[in-house]
Ligand binder design. Structure first.
Ligand code: PLP
Length: 409
């Protein structure tokens, strides 16, 4: 994939022997055909349950708008966001599907949300009151999904608080201020399928559903499954699943590769090798001089650092150049990091070559996550706005590439 073909004007300072003259220095390639593939895999797996594509945090770093569009094209029915502001931004760009946002504060623009036909998760009486007041103002009933804490201990109403919440919701509903159309919850340990807490949460969820139904609300959707539960707990699928990580082609399970579920990673992070130079044995590398060369060797400079979202702690993580993995040596700096290419390379062949930080043809996101003591979710979501996202339509090689500017299409 070092040589994705597309027509471009040459850029002088990137010319290097043996390297295609493409005008890019660093980029996150987002393969929308992978997104579509992942949607189709999951749609098939969970049918007849519907799929909500979760595109919070700018689509886990992939670009919320483009991912939402691709997911809808591939058959997703719903779009999920954490913040109302994220959902409003998608509405403004023309996404018209049913949409849910669930993480609010007292300053959340509920009136705008209701006016834009965004469904709202409700975790407390206080939230319900704010939303009812907003609905009164805009003279439109809010569409509500009650969010229940079935064991996660985070957002959501506890089952003890449910009765009171239902009573208040009933009052508002009879006033015409809102309609309870959904009930949902979130799982705490579904990425560890052997743990019993998931069974306990599913039981609590069933109990909550029956209470909501007994209170007379006509529910459209009941949903609790995130990616790990989608892949490992068919009994958790209910009417709809909320697909986040799997949409982007990553696996939530330790030791299970995405392709064992038919998923393809959508993001490839690349940069040009910016410099290649010969150094002597015992040369210290990067701040702190924590790595020292063991022999005369060539160092390759990768122009990506922690300001681009590489975890600073991930020294030792692999970078693929010309099909071979080289560990990052020394500290990762704000803008750059270094690999040791060894003594036997042709520097001309490496200068300007494509370094793959992670992606389908390089290291996995999980390898970077392991080196950083974190999870693949965090690695992709933190790739910073300094890295251009470039969208790939269709399969590798025959692709039309399209660059997203940060505000427009
Ligand atoms: C982020 C999120 C999801 C998606 O979880 P994945 O594990 O990425 O699939 C689903 N539901 C809620 C409430 C979330 O916050």
């Amino acid at each position: 994939m070092a040589d994705v073909n597309y027509e471009v004007e040459q850029q002088r300072n990137l010319e290097a022997p043996g390297v295609a003259h493409n005008p890019w220095e660093r980029r996150a390639l987002i393969d929308l055909s992978a997104i579509r593939n992942n949607v189709r895999q999951v749609t098939e797996l969970v049918a007849p349950a519907k799929v909500m594509a979760v595109v919070k945090a700018d689509g886990y770093g992939h670009g919320a708008y483009r991912v939402a569009r691709a997911a809808l094209e591939a058959g997703v029915r719903w779009i999920g966001c954490a913040h109302v502001s994220e959902a409003l931004a998608l509405r403004e760009r023309g996404i018209e599907s049913p949409m849910l946002a669930w993480l609010h504060t007292t300053d959340t623009p509920f009136e705008d949300a209701i006016a834009a036909d965004i469904d709202l998760g409700v975790s407390s009486l206080g939230e319900l009151g704010c939303i009812a007041a907003a609905a009164r103002k805009v003279e439109t009933p809010a569409r509500i999904h009650l969010k229940l804490d079935t064991g996660l201990g985070r957002n959501g109403a506890t089952l003890d608080a449910l009765d009171e919440l239902l009573e208040q919701a009933k009052d508002y509903q009879s006033e015409g201020l809102l309609r309870v159309v959904g009930v949902f919850s979130h799982l705490a340990v579904a990425d560890e399928p052997q743990r019993v807490e998931t069974d306990e949460q599913l039981e609590a969820f069933d109990l909550a559903i029956s209470k909501v139904e007994a209170a007379g609300f006509g529910l459209e959707v009941r949903h609790i499954a995130n990616t790990p539960a989608i892949l490992s707990r068919p009994d958790a699928h209910h009417d709809m699943v909320r697909l986040g990580l799997g949409l982007y082609g990553l696996s939530p399970f330790e030791g299970d590769e995405p392709d064992s579920f038919g998923l393809r990673p959508a993001m490839t992070l690349q940069a040009r090798v910016a410099n290649v130079k010969k150094v002597n044995k015992d040369q210290g590398v990067s701040y702190g001089l924590n790595y020292r060369t063991s022999e005369q060797t060539y160092l390759g400079l990768i122009p990506l650092g922690y300001a681009d979202g590489l975890p600073r702690i991930a020294t030792g993580a692999p970078v693929t150049i010309h099909g071979k993995d080289y560990p990052v040596r020394g500290r990762i700096a704000m803008d750059q990091c270094v690999v040791d290419l060894g003594p036997d390379i042709d520097p001309e062949h490496f200068l300007g070559a494509t370094a793959i930080i992670f992606g389908e043809e390089g290291p996995s996101v999980t390898e970077w996550a392991n080196a950083a003591g974190t999870i693949n979710y965090e690695v992709v979501t933190r790739i910073s706005p300094r890295v251009p996202r470039v969208y790939l339509e269709g399969s590798w090689g025959e692709s039309a590439l399209e660059e997203e500017d940060t505000n427009g299409e």
